[in-house]
Design a protein around this ligand. Structure first.
Ligand code: 6PG
Length: 468
């Protein structure tokens, strides 16, 4: 008897996904260089009689044709070395599905290289962390569509479900799957930064304690902002440290790390000339947080403005509106980038399908995605989420809130890079006449870069130094 699918890399994600597949009745097996990982798979999968292989050759030989091999190894050069080891053991038609957070350009290159050998290469983003992998992630596979049909049944079975519908769909050709997962993470960065700023404002402007902060996030999660990130954020504020009995949040250093997917999203957005300022701010603020020594020194050099909130009851309502507004903006920027990438890279993305599979299983799953899904379903060619009437209505109701929150935080000297950028992004986008005419005039003044006119077609240059 041969196995339906094999997993290479039996760390937490790989092992959990394999256990999930076994739960759904698939005959699966795994391979890992580390005997401890093999032992762990067999221990956790005892009930299902899950077996792993210590030899790559035996592992490959144990799989039915065409082979389905999923990689869940750290992104980067390890993926290349695993492929190089596998390649001589494979046959035409076999499939390699890289499910780590690989950079999409690596995925394009690998797909291109392997297509010459008739091996199908898929880049698949998986979101949902350990729990997701074990009980239902959101999955974003991209690559050869025909080969995808050989994976479809398994992926649909193990994915998260929303209203009975699987949170997986064929994303598009080439590296489309990894691209979409990368942008998912960019949105994740923005949402996390917004939640952090909300915490800062509650703590330092409203003077809330951790219990009040937990209650607030919890109440938001009971409303229109119901989402995975809101839920876990609320839970953070009640978690006690085992050693000291104190709330753990107060013992964690205020220096945020990252593994790169957020940065990649910002980098690509610049390459495509497509603005996603709130995501950019989220990336930069993690970097800024690491400048601890400098921050401590500057905190001594400059005093924080003294300020008081006159009407705390109203302010917390405003903060809810501000958060909702900025969450919409975060999704809107990410989706806008996907629209542009789809055109530039010929990914043939279907934004309604993407919003649909993000509704469950993934880190950015949220009630709001139902409205976003509806917007793109009603008009798949929507250029920007802000054009949707329902979204416009939602935004309109939040504007006085976000304006008050931003101005208050600024007056209190609290850094709000994500909130402020979300608002100014919105204000710039809903401005028919920007001051960019001045930018063009300056460019032409000192560099003869030319400009276009509002009253005449053509390219112009003025003799700016002439007296007139
Ligand atoms: C997911 C997460 C997952 C992981 C990120 C975190 O969708 O399940 O996005 O991929 O948590 O890699 O990235 P940072 O370490 O950069 O915060």
């Amino acid at each position: 008897k041969k196995y339906t699918l094999g997993m290479i890399g039996l760390g937490t994600m790989g092992r959990n996904l394999l256990l999930n597949m076994a739960d759904h009745g698939f005959d699966v097996t795994g391979y890992d260089k580390d005997p401890k990982m093999l032992a762990k798979l067999e221990e956790d999968g005892k009930e299902k009689n899950l077996k792993g292989h210590a030899s790559l050759e035996e592992f490959v030989q144990s799989l039915e044709l065409p082979r389905r091999i999923v990689l869940l190894v750290p992104a980067g050069p390890i993926v290349d070395s695993v492929i190089a080891e596998l390649q001589p053991l494979l046959e035409a038609g076999d499939m390699i599905i890289d499910s780590g957070n690989s950079h999409f350009t690596d995925t394009s290159r690998r797909a291109e290289d392997l297509s010459k050998t008739n091996i199908h290469f898929f880049g698949m983003g998986i979101s949902g962390g350990e729990e997701g992998a074990r009980f239902g992630p959101s999955m974003m596979p991209g690559g050869d569509k025909e080969a995808y049909s050989a994976m479809k049944e398994i992926l649909e079975a193990v994915s998260a479900k929303v209203n009975g519908e699987p949170c997986v769909t064929y994303i598009g050709p080439g590296a489309a799957g990894h691209f979409v997962k990368m942008v998912h993470n960019g949105i994740e960065y923005a949402m996390m930064q917004l939640l952090a700023e909300g915490y800062d404002i509650m703590k330092n402007s409203l003077g809330y304690n951790n219990e009040q902060i937990e209650e607030t996030f919890k109440s938001w999660n009971a409303g229109r902002m119901k989402s995975f990130l809101m839920e876990v954020t609320a839970d953070v504020f009640k978690f006690k440290d085992e050693k000291t009995g104190k709330l753990l949040i107060d013992l964690i250093k205020d220096e945020a790390k990252s593994k790169g997917t957020g940065k990649w999203t910002s980098q690509v957005s610049m390459d495509l000339y497509l603005p996603i300022p709130t995501i950019n701010e989220a990336v930069s603020t993690r970097d800024l947080s690491k400048l601890k020594k400098l921050r401590v020194a500057l905190a001594k050099a400059f005093e924080k403005p003294e300020a008081k909130i006159e009407n705390p009851e109203q302010f917390i309502v405003d903060l809810e509106n501000a958060m909702y507004f900025a969450m919409i903006v975060s999704y809107a920027q990410g989706l806008h980038l996907l629209t542009q990438a789809s055109e530039s890279y010929k990914y043939e993305l279907k934004l309604d399908e993407i919003a649909k599979i993000w509704r469950g299983g993934c880190i950015i799953r949220a009630e709001l995605l139902q409205d976003i899904y509806a917007a793109y379903q009603a008009k798949p060619e929507l250029e920007h989420l802000f054009e949707d009437k329902n979204i416009q209505q939602k935004i309109a109701g939040t504007l006085s809130g976000i304006r008050n929150v931003c101005s208050t935080a600024i007056n209190h000297g609290i850094g709000i890079p994500a909130f402020a950028s979300a608002l100014t992004y919105f204000d710039s986008l809903r401005t028919a006449n920007l001051p960019s005419n001045l930018t063009q005039a300056q460019r032409d003044f000192f560099g003869a870069h030319t400009f276009e006119r509002t009253d005449e077609e053509g390219i112009f240059h003025a003799n700016w130094n002439a007296e007139n």
